[in-house]
Write a new protein. Structure first.
Length: 146
């Protein structure tokens, strides 16, 4: 593995919250407002993790960290959102995107309209619905794996 690839792997590992218990989503996730506790499954390889509801097995989401060089700076939280995830500053907030491998035969798509903000210190998350019309619901994130 090249030094650059090893650095990218370490950055991804550092970005992901470590598996020290459940994450609490006070408002649930889109389509699953009554599913509040989630486990984050990350094998330590690649840039995709699974957010799996503990109480509702049908609620599972593929997540990837926000890619600032590609997308620009992550969204800003408003006061209500900051209170919801009990964040004191942006440093403890990890932004992630929900991926959809089923919407397009050639691409895995990312939902830019509803990214997920996670307070990594307190393990509280929120899916943030954004109103900007230019944001894509099915942004071409990566080609479908062969």
């Amino acid at each position: 593995m090249s030094p650059a690839a090893m650095t990218r792997k370490q950055q991804m590992h550092d970005a992901m919250p470590h598996n020290d218990g459940a994450f609490y989503f006070p408002q649930g996730m889109i389509g699953f407002s009554d599913a509040h506790e989630y486990g984050l499954i990350y094998e330590g390889v690649g840039k995709i993790a699974c957010l799996q509801s503990i109480d509702h097995p049908e609620a599972a989401f593929l997540l990837t960290p926000w890619d600032e060089p590609r997308l620009g700076p992550p969204p800003e939280l408003n006061r209500e959102q900051i209170q919801c995830i009990d964040a004191e500053d942006a440093e403890n907030v990890l932004w992630m995107l929900v991926l959809n491998p089923f919407a397009d035969k050639q691409w895995v798509t990312a939902n830019l309209k509803a990214p997920v903000a996670v307070n990594t210190e307190k393990r509280i998350g929120l899916q943030c619905i954004r109103s900007e019309p230019e944001l894509e619901l099915r942004f071409h994130w990566m080609p479908q794996p062969a």
